[in-house]
Ligand binder design. Structure first.
Ligand SMILES: Nc1ncnc2c1ncn2[C@@H]1O[C@H](COP(=O)(O)OP(=O)(O)O)[C@@H](O)[C@H]1O
Ligand SMILES: O=C(OP(=O)(O)O)[C@H](O)COP(=O)(O)O
Ligand SMILES: [Mg+2]
Length: 396
């Protein structure tokens, strides 16, 4: 069911509270990566142009309900002001008299950023009192924080239930593109899944098995599948309590006509430290005491051949320990093999997005999702509480 958006509601002159996901990396007091800020600009600009009084609320990091100076949003306000090319006012609290005064001072088209909402102990508990205080600041609620819609928190769910609540343009697009992967993907649909652990992604693997022609599995989680097939993985990361889960997924994939493609060769090393000795081995020859840290070149070829045939691709999770070159080689090579010219390509997850940027192909991808956990929840077929609470479009 489609959700109402900012286009479906009159915002002129109104106080509009916008939940954004400005959970971005900071470095030396500056925003180090501003993709999540840029992604929210269309909604903020639209609201300003319509004459709304815009109040932005976000979290940053996990401060656990107490103020943490390193996680204040001042650098975010500075960078957002540069991107918007208009002043972004900032208050050092998210509730209370200073916030009320700052909101009262807003004119049409003005933008105010509240302090990190996770400094407030009520946020993650979805405390009704915090939700009420946030609602008192606004006439309308907008959610444009796709990366956070899987969290049932006060600024995501509580306040939304107390005001007319609609989606922003970023949330609208994320739901449209990711939703279509489940409802009407073009086939062949190929999924690339990596990352450290199977346990994070069992739900997604299970929900996608019946929907895709091929599932290409790499990274640490492939080790657990290979171990389940009886390979000795040496000192590689293996979830020994998930061997049965892995074996079940392999059997189910076969039964459902999904090719679950595992690595055929691996880059193994004596340790994870920079400069460690490393070499390529077939999956049945991991030396004792060594660990698999990347997929090998034969696996890259195998994955590339599957990708070349795809009309839809979704990718989550790097295929090796990509933070540490040369173990990024497999991930970067597969990124470069994405069929960006002939398929719908969708990428999600913080590390995965970093990897496609490193490969220099991020701007050719159909959709780079701003939410890792949220995109996986959606593809698991699970409810997103921050979306459920928004108003539905009227039929017809
Ligand atoms: N073979 C491996 N051994 C150890 N760590 C790995 C391996 N493959 C991937 N990883 C790690 O998995 C992490 C990324 O997984 P994940 O958080 O699931 O991805 P994303 O952030 O894109 O959702 C990275 O830190 C990466 O180094
Ligand atoms: O960065 C985020 O999620 P992601 O790392 O899953 O993409 C969101 O801002 C949610 O943050 P949280 O996982 O601390 O609730
Ligand atoms: Mg990650």
């Amino acid at each position: 069911m489609a959700k109402k958006t900012v286009r479906d509601i009159d915002v002129a002159g109104k106080r509009v509270l916008v939940r954004v996901d400005f959970n971005v990396p900071l470095k030396e007091g500056r925003v180090a990566e501003d993709a999540r800020l840029k992604a929210a600009l269309p909604t903020i600009r639209y609201l300003c142009e319509q004459g709304a009084r815009v109040i932005l609320v976000s979290h940053l990091g996990r401060p656990k309900g107490v103020p943490v100076d390193e996680l204040r949003l001042d650098p975010v306000a500075v960078r957002l002001g540069e991107l918007l090319q208009r002043p972004v006012h900032k208050v050092d609290a998210c509730t209370g008299p200073a916030v009320e005064a700052a909101v009262a001072a807003l004119g049409p088209g003005d933008v105010l950023l509240l302090e990190n909402i996770r400094f407030h102990p009520g946020e993650e508990k979805n405390d009704p009192e915090l939700a009420r205080q946030l609602a008192a600041l606004c006439d309308i609620y907008v959610n444009d924080a796709f990366g956070t819609v899987h969290r049932a928190h006060a600024s995501v769910v509580g306040v939304a239930a107390l005001r007319p609540a609609v989606a922003g343009f970023l949330l609208e697009r994320e739901l449209e593109v990711l939703g279509k992967l489940l409802s009407a993907p073009e086939h062949p649909f190929v999924v690339v899944i990596g990352g450290a652990k199977i346990s994070d992604k069992i739900g997604v693997l299970e929900n996608l098995l019946a929907r895709v022609e091929a599932m290409l599995v790499g990274g640490g989680m492939a080790n657990t599948f290979l171990a389940a097939q009886g390979h000795d993985m040496g000192l590689s990361l293996v979830e020994t309590d998930k061997l049965e889960v892995a074996a079940n997924l392999l059997a189910r994939a076969a039964g459902q006509g999904c090719r679950l493609v595992l690595p055929v060769d691996l880059v193994v090393a004596e340790s994870q430290v920079p400069g460690a000795v490393h070499r390529v081995v077939p999956v049945n020859a991991v030396p004792g005491g060594w660990m698999a840290l990347d997929i090998g070149p034969e696996t890259v070829k195998l994955f590339a051949a599957e990708l070349a045939r795809a009309r839809t691709v979704f990718w989550n999770g790097p295929l090796g320990y990509f933070e540490q070159p040369p173990f990024d080689a497999g991930t970067v090579a597969v990124a470069r093999a994405l069929p960006v010219a002939t398929a719908t390509t969708v990428v999600g997850g913080g590390d995965t997005v970093r990897a496609v940027k490193r490969a220099g192909i991020a701007d050719k991808i159909t959709h780079v999702s701003t939410g890792g956990g949220a995109s996986l929840k959606l593809l698991e077929g699970k409810e997103l509480p921050g979306v459920t609470v928004l108003q539905e479009k009227e039929e017809g």
